[in-house]
Design a protein around this ligand. Structure first.
Ligand code: SAH
Length: 353
């Protein structure tokens, strides 16, 4: 929690904050007040914490970092109201987050890293490689800033933005506990989804954390051979091991696992591949759900969306075999909806809306 000399106060659990205020020579109840300002009221500065004595505010300013993301740009989709935020971090890096409005509430998609080192062939976030992990506070504050700006409660969180969340495991776990904490935003664990490219040991660790969050696996191909062409991580963890880890997650948590499958024309959308996928999912013997994502074309990448007919055909095959499959609504396509695209544009100096 100590960054150099200063403490990253927004990444601290309540108990740690209590210890911290004690060390500052303050009464324990001050920790609860500060925690409330940080995580319930989502204060943007120490000065806003008006029920704290001035002397304590000064101490906090001297000894702590308060992570508050700066909004660089907001793009609003004319099609569906989806908003894409580009946030600046204190070291000048930028990250992106997306807010989607559904009938049943607001969902925020957050980034877990600046950049990513997983190298998936179709993904814009992979292009510049990993810059660094995000802190817990930086993950939380994406939701806090968006919730504040919208003036509406965020009800769902998906960790599906830039980065591989399980490659930033400790900060992610802390984030998961804090975002669902009843003294904070108190989002229901069942309304939080973490998406992974399939880092097997970490999937198993997550299964053992006793959480009720949803795990989504980026599958994208029904065979080891095809998957390893699209996702370098498949060279480290074979499809069979990844599926075994999904089964383990289901067994430990009782939570249905989501499989993401981005459909690219001529790459993974054939009838044969639909059949292979059906066989594969039947074999895993766990409750599951397939989310078909027509691939978002990325400027630097050569993947094309299948036509609507083929997407529907692929879905129909799954449904007919009793596999629950939905087609992801393509939200915010007009505002660089695909992961990492806005951030890339910004890095290339063309990020102005
Ligand atoms: N690292 C995590 C989160 C990444 S983004 C993971 O791999 O799951 C969330 C989802 O979007 C992943 O399934 C990812 O594979 C997918 N994705 C990335 N780029 C895409 C694109 N251009 N079109 C469609 N889906 C894409």
């Amino acid at each position: 929690m100590e960054t150099g000399q200063r403490t990253d106060i927004k990444s601290m659990y309540m108990e740690e904050l209590q210890e911290f205020v004690k060390r500052l020579g303050e009464k324990k109840y001050r920790a609860k007040q500060i925690y409330e300002w940080l995580h319930k009221k989502q204060a943007g500065s120490f000065e806003e914490m008006t029920n704290l004595p001035k002397s304590l505010i000064e101490k906090l300013k001297d000894s702590c970092i308060l992570t508050v993301l700066r909004t660089e740009t907001v793009q609003v989709s004319k099609e569906d109201g989806t908003k894409k935020y580009l946030f600046a971090l204190s070291d000048g890096n930028v990250i992106e987050s997306v807010r989607m409005q559904y009938k049943h509430g607001n969902s925020v998609c957050i980034s877990s890293q600046a950049g990513c080192r997983m190298g998936c062939r179709f993904c814009a976030s992979a292009i510049g490689g990993l810059v660094r992990n995000l802190t817990t506070a930086e993950m939380l504050d994406q939701i806090y800033r968006i919730g504040k700006e919208a003036g509406e409660r965020v009800s769902n969180v998906v960790v599906m933005g830039t980065g591989e969340p399980l490659d930033n495991y400790e900060n992610l776990l802390r984030f998961l506990h804090m975002v669902t904490d009843e003294d904070g935003l108190h989002i229901s664990q069942r309304n939080v989804t973490v998406s992974t490219c399939g880092i097997v040991p970490k999937m198993r660790m997550l299964a053992d954390e006793n959480l009720q969050i949803t795990l989504a696996l980026s599958l994208h191909a029904p065979t080891q051979e095809k998957r390893s062409m699209l996702m370098p991580i498949a060279g480290t963890y074979a499809l069979e091991e990844v599926l075994e880890a999904c089964r383990y997650y289901f067994y430990k948590t009782g939570r249905r696992v989501t499989f993401e499958y981005s459909l690219s024309s001529g790459v993974n959308d054939s009838d044969e591949e639909a059949k292979q996928l059906i066989r594969l999912l039947r074999s895993i013997d766990a409750k599951c759900h397939v989310n078909l994502i027509p691939v978002n074309p990325v400027r630097e990448r050569d993947f094309r969306q299948p036509n609507r007919q083929s997407v529907l055909q692929f879905q129909k095959k799954l449904l007919e075999s009793g596999i629950n499959a939905t087609i992801r609504r393509e939200m915010g396509q007009d505002i660089d909806g695909a992961c990492g695209q806005l951030r890339r544009k910004y890095a290339a100096g063309t990020g102005e809306p």
